[in-house]
Design a protein around this ligand. Structure first.
Ligand SMILES: [Zn+2]
Ligand SMILES: [Zn+2]
Ligand SMILES: [Zn+2]
Length: 325
């Protein structure tokens, strides 16, 4: 029987309809092709044009940062372009950076733990940097893996988007979390963790300070949320120890996806507490969401904003728990 489930933060509906497909095994891809450098010359490798224009002091030993050559957000004065009775438009102000690993040939699942720690350290550094810019409203590091997940350059990289407006999804999460806080005087995300620990069936992995589970109202097979177990609002404030634990749990998850599903395309992104606004930290609890891109949206998904997920989150979690990384 298909079930309607509601995202406990945003209130958005999804349909969990496993009868329409599928067992988790149906999403195992053919064997992954070993990554090789297919380009003769890569701009992002040491010596390339991008490498040479890196932002000083932004990187770490194995990672460097550059401004995106074709930015979605530009560091300019805000200008309203259209403000009639119907349409509104303004210049897309902010920052858009590319966070590159020095090594072209190793993908996330092959990287040593310390490189993942460095990646999160760079996210922290860049958030702290852009926070000082009054025209920026939000800062979101993201990672695309695989062409179907939007990876357009083969050199391994994350990106950082820092727009002058709050992204729509963050507005919805913030509204939902503040409404819950007003009614219950509790953080909805802390309550979700508690609920997941009670039922256990969607938990994929835990360590001392982090929990990973398949989202209750998942929008895709194997969608996972990664949260610090203790209430914490700002990712950029995490300690070195927490960063290490986060890297450990990420490494296991990425390797589970790689081994279990044969290198599926995926996206992950940080949902962090917005920079501005006094009370958001009481109810916003930072988290990563990691979403494998194994299904496509049809007309109903676009037309209704309601996604039909054909693998139940419980079966996704069971599958992932069994994969040995
Ligand atoms: Zn390269
Ligand atoms: Zn919390
Ligand atoms: Zn979120």
């Amino acid at each position: 029987m298909p079930k309607l489930r509601q995202n406990p933060v945003t209130g958005e509906w999804v349909v969990i309809a496993p009868e329409r497909a599928k067992r988790p095994d149906d999403y195992i891809l053919p064997k992954p092709v070993p990554k090789k450098k297919t380009l003769e010359f890569c701009n992002f490798c040491p010596g390339g044009e991008a490498y040479q224009s890196q932002i000083k002091g932004a990187g770490t030993k194995h990672i460097y940062v550059v401004n995106n050559k074709y930015p979605a957000f530009v560091p300019q004065e805000g200008v309203v372009l259209d403000a009639g009775k119907v349409y509104f438009s303004q210049k897309s102000v902010g920052a858009h950076e590319v966070i590159n690993f020095l090594d072209h040939n190793k993908d996330l699942e092959e990287l040593p733990l310390s490189y993942l720690e460095e990646l999160f350290e760079v996210y922290q550094k860049r958030i702290n940097f852009h926070k000082e810019n009054p025209s920026i409203e939000y800062i979101m590091p993201i990672h695309n893996h695989g062409a179907e997940a939007g990876e357009s350059v083969e050199h391994p990289h994350s990106q950082l988007f820092a727009p002058c407006v709050l992204p729509n999804v963050i507005v919805r999460e913030l509204d939902g979390a503040s409404k819950y806080y007003k009614e219950e005087k509790k953080c909805i995300f802390c309550q979700i963790i508690k609920a997941e620990k009670e039922v256990k069936e969607r938990i994929v992995l835990e360590n001392d300070n982090f929990i990973v589970f398949c989202a209750y109202a998942a929008r895709a097979p194997f969608e996972m949320w990664i949260l610090p177990k203790q209430h914490h609002d700002r990712f950029e404030d995490i300690t070195k120890n927490l960063r290490k634990e986060l890297a450990e749990i990420f490494q296991v998850i990425i390797r589970k996806l790689y081994k279990g599903l044969n290198d599926p395309p995926f996206n992950f992104y940080l949902h962090n507490c917005p920079i501005k606004g006094k009370h958001h930290g009481l109810y916003f609890h930072w988290h990563f969401e990691i979403v494998p891109r194994l299904t496509r949206f049809g007309g109903f998904e676009f037309g209704s904003g309601m996604i039909i997920d054909v693998v139940s989150p419980e079966r996704s979690a069971e599958f992932l728990r069994k994969v040995k990384e």
